[in-house]
Write a protein of this length. Structure first.
Length: 649
């Protein structure tokens, strides 16, 4: 059985062995076949010291059959093989003989899969020439292969040619000092292990590529020494990392994979501002990556140099708007002088700088006064309980409401008569609006307002003029062109109303006003359009939704959104924003739908009258272009003295 497997291998290598000798392919042998080869080679060794020679020559006197010819061919072929991979084809068995690989005199790439490392012999003789080493599913510590060399159980010695090593998919729980034996290592794969501490990695002075994914790390490894300036690629996905403080030491890092970790807040990305050479960052799978504004918030914590290169965030290139916001947030350091100064302050100074506390004094009545006050309060409550006047008033108001229906407030027997209140002014009209207006005019005419205390507003939408007193102007904000109190145009952004920031993510958009790099939130609700500050959430400006006249979009990446509003304030008539293409399309569609709905409600026929010739004509409401005067349609008149005819409307 063994002889047949050896003969089949010799026949295959005679046909395809050139690709292996030219390093185009690697030679893959099973553990059982390798043991068969070891047994076969023993038949050719007539001299005990034959294994000590640099290149073994077979004694031709032993060649008697074709089988021995195959063994000689294989012996010579394996000595020239440069790439070898040995895999386990049977369950681990400690009773089996060891596998000797010392016959591979020229091997440079060695891969061992699922073998018992304590049953592998000959690694000690090869470690001075191996350049690539792969060990999977065989190790519990690195010293088993780097120091003891498996079954050889040797003393520590330098792997002088080893450049790349992969120890992934093992059961390594800690790193030991055996890493000092591979000083020239530039690529190391330790993924899929149980590593928690990585301090010994600092001895790898030439390491450029490090893979620590699928381990149990809780923070960025705390590297020190020359590795901090050499490391360029760091892969840390699928760990438990929530702290990036140690990344500031890796000054030349180009690629950083932090996907599938435990980063919750974007503020934890602040150490990334030190990485001026970073070109690739992956944050997918972290809790912060599910934030609706994840990308724009993340780029704010990058170094400003990233805006000058083709940076990839979560495997996607940055947009123009994202590049403009790179490096907006920078760390603030407290100088040592300030720290020493604050430490030298005395306790008395610290107490003096504290904010004074407000102390309230409670006055407690004692003796006879307290008893008398309690008796008076009880008596007043009893009088209220005995009195039934309020019930009579309630019944009278209910009768008025039942008698006059919805217009019960306009009845001849007014509520003032029922409540016994004095009438300050006679009722001029049955309309509540006329009553309120007449009351306001009467009170206003009786006030002695000094000269210069009235502020006249600009002409309002319906052509009338309104006045406000100095006290009213102070209440609604000191605006030289004060409009009617209580309108949205008087809003200064300081009052808090029931319009909570966002009101659903579908109505919240991150925009950048044209000509600036400071992003703001644009909030569209059922009643208003608002601008809010990104950091504080404070409202800056708002417009009533029905004042929106037009919405247009132009360009791409970013898209320029233009909004026009029907307002008398020049600084609020138009807004232009730079937006991401996806958000811009969403906002434009939403506002266009609102404009179509409002246009359907507001478009109706309005009758106008020419003051010169008396001609009456009709137009749809809001059909006239802004900034143009309405002209009489009569060809012989063409007068611009046109007013709305309320009688015919």
């Amino acid at each position: 059985m063994e002889n047949s497997a050896v003969s089949d291998l010799a026949r295959t290598l005679r046909e395809y062995g050139d690709k292996i000798l030219n390093s185009e392919c690697k030679l893959i042998l099973s553990e059982s076949l390798m043991r068969s080869l070891n047994s076969s080679f023993m038949l050719l060794n007539d001299q005990k010291d034959s294994m000590t020679s640099s290149f073994q020559v077979i004694n031709s006197s032993n060649i008697k059959t074709n089988f021995f010819i195959d063994i000689q061919f294989l012996h010579d072929f394996l000595q020239r093989t440069s790439s070898l991979k040995i895999v386990c084809d049977n369950p681990p068995n400690h009773d089996l003989d060891s596998v000797d690989i010392s016959v591979f005199k020229n091997v440079k790439l060695l891969e061992l899969y699922k073998l018992n490392v304590k049953k592998i012999k000959g690694i000690q003789a090869l470690r001075a020439q191996i350049q690539f080493l792969v060990c999977r599913w065989i190790l519990e510590t690195l010293s088993e292969i780097l120091e003891k060399c498996g079954c050889d159980d040797s003393q520590g010695f330098i792997w002088s040619e080893l450049k790349e090593a992969s120890f992934s998919h093992n059961n390594i729980s800690y790193l030991d000092s055996s890493l000092e034996l591979v000083p020239l290592l530039n690529t190391l794969d330790l993924s899929h292990n149980n590593i928690k501490e990585t301090q010994p990695l600092s001895c790898l002075l030439n390491l450029k590529h490090l893979n620590l994914s699928y381990n149990q790390l809780k923070a960025i490894p705390n590297f020190s020494g020359q590795i901090c300036s050499r490391l360029q690629v760091l892969i840390l996905n699928n760990n438990f990392i929530d702290n990036l403080a140690n990344v500031v030491n890796l000054v030349n890092l180009c690629e950083l994979d932090l996907s599938e970790n435990c980063l919750i807040d974007h503020h934890s990305l602040l150490p990334l501002t030190h990485l001026s050479t970073l070109q690739w960052l992956n944050l997918k799978g972290n809790p912060l990556s599910f934030h609706p504004q994840h990308r724009i918030r993340s780029v704010c914590y990058l170094n400003s140099n990233t805006a000058t290169v083709r940076f990839l965030l979560d495997q996607k290139a940055l947009t123009k708007l994202e590049s403009q916001n790179c490096g907006r947030i920078q760390p603030v350091y407290q100088s040592h002088q300030m720290e020493s100064l604050s430490s030298s302050l005395s306790n008395a100074t610290l107490v003096a700088t504290e904010r004074p506390r407000r102390v309230r004094t409670a006055t407690i009545s004692e003796g006879v006064d307290a008893v008398s006050e309690m008796d008076n309060s009880i008596a007043s409550i009893a009088s209220l309980l005995i009195s039934n006047d309020h019930l009579e008033t309630k019944r009278t108001i209910e009768q008025l409401r039942k008698q006059y229906g919805e217009r019960w407030l306009q009845a001849e027997s007014s509520v003032q008569d029922v409540l016994g209140l004095e009438k300050s002014l006679p009722i001029i009209s049955s309309s509540p609006y006329d009553q309120l207006l007449s009351t306001f005019e009467a009170n206003y005419s009786q006030q002695n307002v000094p000269d210069g205390s009235e502020l006249k507003s600009e002409e309002s939408m319906n052509g009338t003029e309104t006045y406000t007193t100095a006290s009213e102007t102070t209440t609604h904000g000191n605006n030289e062109n004060a409009l009617q109190p209580g309108t949205d145009d008087d809003y200064d952004g300081d009052d808090d109303d029931d319009d909570v920031l966002g009101q659903g993510e579908e109505n919240l958009y991150l925009v950048c006003p044209k000509g600036t790099t400071e992003p703001i939130f644009l909030v569209v609700t059922n009643t208003h359009i608002r601008e809010r500050d990104c950091d504080s959430g404070k409202e800056k400006t708002r417009w009533p939704l029905d004042s929106l006249l037009a919405c247009s979009a132009s360009g791409s990446d970013p898209v320029l959104i233009s909004l026009e509003f029907d307002t008398v304030k020049r600084d609020k008539k138009q807004r232009e924003y730079d937006m991401v293409e996806e958000d811009a399309e969403k906002l434009s569609k939403h506002l266009s739908n609102l404009l179509s709905i409002m246009g359907t409600q507001n478009n109706r026929m309005v009758i106008f009258k020419c003051m010169k010739c008396g001609t009456r004509f009709g137009e749809e409401k809001n059909s006239q272009k802004r900034g143009t005067a309405r002209v009489c349609p009569t060809t012989t008149c063409n007068s611009t003295l046109v007013i709305e005819d309320d009688e015919e409307n």
